[in-house]
Design a protein around this ligand. Structure first.
Ligand code: HEC
Ligand code: HEC
Ligand code: HEC
Ligand code: HEC
Ligand code: HEC
Ligand code: HEC
Length: 320
């Protein structure tokens, strides 16, 4: 009895103690202002990994985020059904998005794309819900390089605002992968032998997933600057972590901010994105994760866990 009371009191004291704040920039290095390293492209990786990774990759939201229009005929078909966009239809070369929204793009010189103002909101099953911005069936030549490329394309040069590859290549998460990794998998980030460094891992996912009001100090752009997996993102990428406690941020974005903050600012090592997410399987295995404040971003403090707080993901940065 006394014992459990003591436990209670000491537990309470622990809760009262303000968390110790670390300097998120204190460890590691980064590639700001340096040459982007050479990296092996995804089609080469998939030559060897066609059976384990290949099949799932064609359906993965990361693999699909930006692709050739001919690889998404059902989405181009949406355009065909809208009379007022008949004029731009022949120009569309790329599509962005596959779950909630679809944007249409075309080439605009080397490593640049122009973005169509009009966009489609999707209902489940990739059916058209409605069109938005039909009054703007025009091409914006700046916004993709200034505001989107860093998280929807690969090998981005922040100075020239150009990218090397359409979509998200293996490099964006696995980094520079030497061929010797086939004998020693600890050489590659996120292999079974190299996914325990909570800080480096969080930097990898946060380079794109921390979207609310973050920017590169050096470039001023709203995406990470020459980030290479293994780098410390937070040396150049300025993030307002207080938004993790801001109830107006939707749970989708808020739990990401909280998870990143707990690692980068409070030094937590138990829980990372990979505790709950399996990127290639496209599933979450979060049910057995240790109970923590992050649970309450989506669940109520009382009542069955089956009930979750309903939310719609919105992002001014991504224009949806
Ligand atoms: C800092 C990184 C970042 C930048 C910059 C960025 N995005 Fe995104 N975008 C994301 C992430 C991460 C998601 C997925 C978020 C989620 O589902 O919770 C996303 C999702 C989207 C989606 C939704 C896709 C779907 O079907 O659900 C669209 C559309 C989109 N972005 C368009 C854009 C456009 C257009 C721009 C530039 C104006 C842009 N984004 C800039 C990171 C970024
Ligand atoms: C968005 C980040 C991301 C991208 C992009 C990505 N991966 Fe991964 N990969 C991961 C993570 C995280 C893991 C750890 C297991 C998991 O979550 O699926 C992983 C695990 C793996 C594994 C080990 C599988 C296992 O059994 O654990 C292989 C092989 C792999 N990735 C290959 C690739 C290849 C090839 C590409 C490009 C076509 C690629 N990955 C793109 C994040 C990514
Ligand atoms: C020449 C063939 C080959 C190429 C090219 C190749 N890999 Fe591998 N990879 C292997 C082999 C073999 C293994 C070890 C066996 C395994 O786990 O699949 C491996 C292991 C891995 C693992 C760790 C799996 C684990 O067990 O944890 C990852 C992650 C990975 N590769 C990613 C990549 C990425 C990303 C690329 C491209 C940059 C790439 N590989 C290119 C053959 C290749
Ligand atoms: C280079 C940018 C980038 C990186 C790095 C990245 N993501 Fe993503 N992620 C995105 C974008 C963009 C989308 C939305 C794609 C779309 O819908 O068009 C997304 C979608 C997702 C989704 C929702 C879709 C789904 O498959 O359930 C999850 C979960 C996710 N990412 C987790 C992760 C994790 C965990 C990591 C770190 C291992 C990571 N991501 C690294 C850009 C990135
Ligand atoms: C405690 C578990 C947990 C942690 C830690 C966690 N997530 Fe999630 N996340 C979830 C669950 C559960 C969902 C919603 C259910 C689903 O889609 O599988 C989700 C949804 C998402 C989505 C999709 C949002 C949407 O609706 O479009 C993205 C993107 C995402 N998480 C990224 C991340 C990233 C990046 C990290 C690390 C910085 C992270 N998550 C940490 C459990 C977690
Ligand atoms: C980003 C949102 C999100 C976060 C964060 C989150 N959950 Fe969930 N959780 C969901 C959603 C959505 C479901 C229902 C779908 C599913 O099972 O994936 C769910 C379902 C569950 C269930 C199954 C309930 C049932 O009876 O079917 C459990 C248990 C659970 N969550 C526990 C947790 C715990 C513990 C945490 C904190 C470590 C947590 N969740 C954090 C979104 C979230």
């Amino acid at each position: 009895m006394i014992h459990s009371l003591l436990l209670l009191v000491s537990g309470w004291l622990l809760l009262q103690e303000p968390p110790r704040r670390l300097d998120p920039a204190a460890w590691g290095s980064n590639h700001v202002g340096k040459e982007m390293p050479e990296f092996v492209h995804g089609d080469e990786c998939l030559f060897c990994h066609r059976n384990d990774i290949g099949p799932g990759w064609q359906r993965n939201a990361h693999g699909l985020t930006l692709r050739q229009a001919e690889d998404a005929p059902e989405l181009v078909e949406l355009l065909r059904s809208e009379q007022s966009l008949a004029g731009v239809l022949p120009e569309v070369q790329y599509v962005l998005g596959s779950r909630h929204r679809v944007r249409f793009l075309k080439k605009e010189g080397y490593g640049k794309l122009a973005l169509l103002g009009a966009q489609a909101a999707l209902a489940p099953g990739r059916k058209l819900e409605r069109w938005l911005g039909l009054d703007r069936p025009v091409w914006d030549r700046e916004v993709f390089g200034e505001g989107c490329a860093g998280c929807h394309a690969s090998g981005v040069d922040s100075k020239a605002r150009t990218f090397a590859l359409i979509g998200l290549d293996c490099f964006t998460c696995h980094g520079v992968v030497p061929l010797e990794h086939s004998n020693d998998t600890s050489l590659v980030w996120l292999s079974k032998k190299r996914r325990r460094d909570a800080r480096a891992l969080t930097s990898i996912c946060a380079q794109c997933h921390v979207r609310a009001g973050a920017k590169s100090r050096a470039s001023g752009l709203p995406y990470a600057n020459n980030f290479v997996p293994g780098d410390n993102l937070f040396q150049d990428y300025e993030v307002d972590f207080s938004k993790a406690d801001d109830g107006s941020v939707n749970p989708g974005d808020r739990h990401v901010l909280r998870s990143a903050r707990d690692v980068a600012l409070y030094g937590s090592e138990e829980t990372t994105c990979l505790t709950c997410h399996q990127v290639h399987a496209g599933t979450s295995r979060h049910r057995s994760a240790l109970r923590a404040p992050i649970c309450l971003d989506c669940h109520n403090a009382e009542g069955p866990m089956k009930e979750t707080k309903p939310y719609t993901v919105r992002s001014p940065l991504c224009q949806y």
